[in-house]
Design a binder for this molecule. Structure first.
Ligand code: AMP
Ligand code: MG
Length: 425
């Protein structure tokens, strides 16, 4: 594992005081050591977890050729290419109850969706175009060989790699595992994430607010984001801005958690002892990232009692906390949880309905509302207030408008990139 120093020295023109968003992401990515410990879980309990083993199919799914439609199974070779063919009805096949002999020349079998294809039959004709009179069945011309037949193993074939370690188990994966008959599955243990807020001005919810105090909201947005990411969380409350309290909190967290997230205390105006302390406890860099909101951020690893944890020191402003979390921490925590592959949230291009002022040289994450017009087309509009302390902007928005580092002001109607807050469950 490289040190942070070694990683940053590989970056051409690395400047901790004006780091581009992509450079910061690259440093974070290169400095992560993911969880490798596994546990066995009952299938349903594995929903949302990271798979800890490769899964190969031990079965053919489906196990037999079967019908994709309700209709008649027959031998394609029996059909006349140019006109009506009359076949004799030899019996029926239902899902779970198959036709028990071979289909002979000139015969057909009534078949239901999912029923095993009778031996000898290779084609299914849908019932809607067939006329049946007693055991005489008339089939029109124009059928295709093999139509409406699902092949054995077309979903999963014996020996085929179905899922890879590092994939997340979503509803589709749960279903796939179930279709292989697996009642238990090996997953990575959950990531343990400790978090706390720093600031002498912070008051707890449910308490009266003294003069000059504000309620600690960051711990609630962090709680929400971490819980939705599926982490095991350790909420350490509010920690006072003094050396002894902070040192104690950081050491406790480093001894126990895989990652530590703090809010506040990393901006330029904050006491120097925080930097000193973090540097003493491990390897932490302090960045001023070329982004808005969320400029200051500290990142690294700290250790205590023979155990180390990744450290993310987020800014104090409530919107900056959420933006830096979504843009850096989310992806990092997913990778730390053992997920492999690209976990970035996709960007899409849509027209922006109003002007946005911006100077090149930083990435901006405006809060936007993506809506569909009466013409059916989607467009985005920034929310009214964009201050980094205005948490309401996150609640009113349903997406980020991501304005790239090099980009200038946006004129109404110009295409911009958006990143949706919500996805499929
Ligand atoms: P700081 O980075 O500590 O200088 O904080 C920047 C701004 O964010 C200040 O206005 C703080 O009052 C505010 N702030 C810091 N922590 C929190 C928190 N946990 N909840 C709400 N606001 C906060
Ligand atoms: Mg503070």
């Amino acid at each position: 594992m490289k040190t942070l120093q070694e990683i940053t020295s590989c970056l051409g023109g690395y400047d901790a005081d004006a780091l581009a968003v992509d450079e910061a992401r690259a440093v974070v990515r290169a400095f992560l050591s993911p969880v490798t410990t596994n546990e066995r879980l009952a299938l349903r309990a594995a929903l949302g977890r990271v798979l800890g083993e490769d899964i190969h199919s031990t079965l053919d799914v489906p196990a037999h050729d079967n019908s994709a439609m309700d209709g008649y199974a027959l031998r394609y070779a029996d059909l006349r290419p140019d006109g009506m063919t009359t076949l004799r009805l030899a019996g029926s096949a239902f899902a779970g109850r198959q036709f028990d002999r071979r289909v002979g020349a000139g015969e057909c079998v009534r078949i239901m969706t999912g029923a095993v294809m009778p031996a000898g039959a290779d084609t299914v004709v849908i019932q809607e175009i067939v006329s049946a009179d007693g055991d005489e069945v008339r089939i029109p011309a124009g059928q295709k060989r093999g139509q409406n037949r699902r092949l054995k193993g077309e979903d999963l074939a014996v020996g085929k790699a179905v899922l890879r370690a590092g994939q997340v188990i979503g509803p589709a994966e749960l279903g796939l595992l179930a279709s292989l008959g697996l009642a238990e599955v090996t997953v990575r243990r959950r990531l343990r994430v400790a978090f706390f807020s720093t600031g002498d001005e912070l008051s707890q919810v449910g308490m009266p607010l003294a003069e000059g105090q504000i309620y600690d909201s960051n711990r609630y947005t962090l709680y929400g984001m971490l819980t939705r990411l599926g982490c095991d969380i350790i909420d350490m409350g509010v920690v006072r801005d003094d050396r002894i309290s902070l040192e104690h909190a950081l050491k406790t967290a480093a001894a126990d958690a895989d990652a530590i997230i703090t809010s506040g205390g990393v901006s330029v105006g904050e006491a120097d002892f925080i930097r000193e302390l973090l540097t003493q406890l491990g390897e932490v860099v302090f960045w001023k990232i070329a982004m808005k909101p969320g400029r200051p951020m500290a990142f690294g690893k700290i250790a205590h009692a023979g155990h180390s944890a990744h450290f993310f020191g987020l800014p104090g402003n409530p919107v900056a906390v959420m933006v830096t979390f979504y843009q850096f921490v989310r992806e990092a925590l997913l990778a730390l949880s053992g997920r492999v592959g690209d976990c970035t949230v996709p960007l899409m291009q849509v027209p922006c309905t109003s002007a946005i002022r911006k100077n090149p040289g930083r990435t901006e994450f405006q809060r936007g509302k993506l809506t569909r017009g009466t013409d059916g087309r989607w467009s985005v509009c920034p929310t009214a207030a964009q201050g980094s302390g205005v948490l309401r902007s996150m609640s009113e928005a349903n997406c980020f408008i991501v304005i790239e580092h090099g980009r200038d002001s946006i004129k109404p109607g110009e295409l911009v990139q958006v990143q949706l807050f919500d996805g499929l469950v």
